[in-house]
Design a protein around this ligand. Structure first.
Ligand SMILES: [Zn+2]
Length: 179
């Protein structure tokens, strides 16, 4: 299996995935925590030369799984206001999804191969980097620089749950849930 990585995002949209979101990410988590599959498969990003892949992480799409929380429309870091703040349920589902995908799609080391979009841009030293995910509306005490670590910690916890058989990724009609 290819050595993949995963980039976590918010969509900067409403609580529901729009057509652009469906093309841009492999999986989307709506405001209630339901998981929707995007247009492109994870495997489509193994080779990006054909132009048919999920374009979610500029400069880093090859072998990179993109998942996003549908939320944070019109948010900017300064005023911290949006009509669609990330919900706790959505965030849990997002972390559980990252864990599930890391186990099933070849991500051996979550500490180096799972990151937020903002962290990726920071590593690339882009001065005007992305702001997803530098703020968790339901946990404002967690500073921007700590969110990536919090995310990976939670992913690690969910990985154990999956490995112990305590969590499952299940299809429910047109969407998926982790129960
Ligand atoms: Zn992003």
């Amino acid at each position: 299996m290819l050595n993949r990585k995963l980039c976590g995002h918010w969509t900067a949209g409403t609580y529901n995935p729009c057509a652009d979101d469906i093309s841009a990410y492999h999986y989307l988590v709506d405001g209630t925590g339901r998981i929707f599959k995007g247009k492109y498969k994870i495997e489509d990003n193994d080779n990006c030369y054909d132009g048919k892949y999920a374009m979610h992480c500029g400069g880093g799409n090859t072998g990179c799984i993109g998942i996003a929380m549908c939320s944070m429309a019109e948010f900017d870091l300064k005023n911290k206001k949006t009509k669609y703040p990330i919900t706790p349920k959505q965030y849990e589902s997002f972390c559980a999804l990252a864990a599930y995908l890391s186990i099933n799609y070849g991500i051996p080391n979550i500490n180096t191969r799972i990151f937020t979009h903002a962290e990726f841009d920071k590593r690339k030293a882009k001065p005007e980097g992305k702001i997803d995910i530098l703020y968790l509306p339901f946990a404002p005490q967690i500073s921007a620089t700590k969110i990536g670590n919090e995310f990976r910690k939670k992913v690690g916890w969910y990985r154990d749950q999956f490995k112990k058989g305590k969590k499952k990724f299940v299809k429910k009609g047109s969407h998926y849930e982790i129960i």
